[in-house]
Design a protein around this ligand. Structure first.
Ligand SMILES: [Zn+2]
Length: 176
C-alpha cells in the first residue's frame, strides 16, 4: 500500500522454508503500523506464525485482534496511542509467547520498525531506546532457547531520522 516495495520478512520466511530447510518460522513486527502486507503473504502458510503489534485505529486500518488469519496463525495486537511504554512491551511479549505455544520456531524474523518510538511523526506510541534494547534482548533470548539463536532483523519504519539512527545502533548492539 505504498510503504514497501517488497515484503522482506515474508519473503525471508518463505525462502527459509523452501530453500534453507526451516520448517517453522516466527515473524514478530513491532512497527507502529499493522504488517498488512506480511500477513497477506504468510497467513495461508500455517508453519509461519506472525505477530504484529500496531497502533489502532491507524493506517492502514487492518489488523483487529479477532483477525487471526484463515489458520489461526496470526496474532494481531492493536494498541491505542499514548499508552505507557510498559503496556506496549508487555502486550508484545505476551503475544509472542502465545504464538509459540506448541510451535517451536526454527528461525525468528523481526520486522524492526522504529516508528513505534515516541516522537515519530507517523505514530503515537511511546517507546524509548531502552525499550528497543529490551525488546531486542527478549527476542534474542527466546531465539537462543528455541533455535540456537537463529534470528534475522529487517529494518522497517522510522520517520524521525535521528531517532531511527539511534534506535538502529541500540538494536544492533542488543543483537550482539
Ligand atoms: Zn510503520
Amino acid at each position: 500500500m505504498g510503504f514497501c516495495l517488497f515484503g522482506n520478512a515474508a519473503i525471508g520466511a518463505h525462502y527459509a522454508r523452501t530453500r534453507l530447510g526451516a520448517e517453522r518460522v516466527l515473524i514478530v513486527d513491532w512497527d507502529v503500523h499493522h504488517g498488512n502486507g506480511t500477513q497477506a503473504l504468510v497467513e495461508h502458510t500455517p508453519e509461519i506464525h506472525f505477530v504484529s503489534m500496531h497502533q489502532w485505529p491507524w493506517y492502514p486500518g487492518t489488523g483487529p485482534a479477532e483477525d487471526r488469519g484463515p489458520h489461526g496463525s496470526v496474532w494481531n495486537v492493536p494498541m491505542a496511542a499514548g499508552r505507557s511504554r510498559e503496556a506496549y512491551v508487555a502486550a508484545f511479549l505476551s503475544a509472542v509467547d502465545a504464538a509459540v505455544v506448541g510451535f517451536t520456531p526454527d528461525l525468528v524474523l523481526i520486522s524492526a520498525g522504529f516508528d513505534s518510538l515516541a516522537g515519530d511523526p507517523l505514530g503515537g506510541f511511546t517507546l524509548e531506546l531502552d525499550d528497543v534494547d529490551r525488546l531486542t534482548r527478549e527476542m534474542v533470548s527466546r531465539a537462543e532457547q528455541w533455535c540456537g539463536g537463529r534470528l534475522v532483523s529487517t529494518l522497517e519504519g522510522g520517520y524521525a531520522p535521528d531517532r531511527l539512527g539511534e534506535a538502529c545502533v541500540v538494536h544492533l548492539g542488543a543483537l550482539g
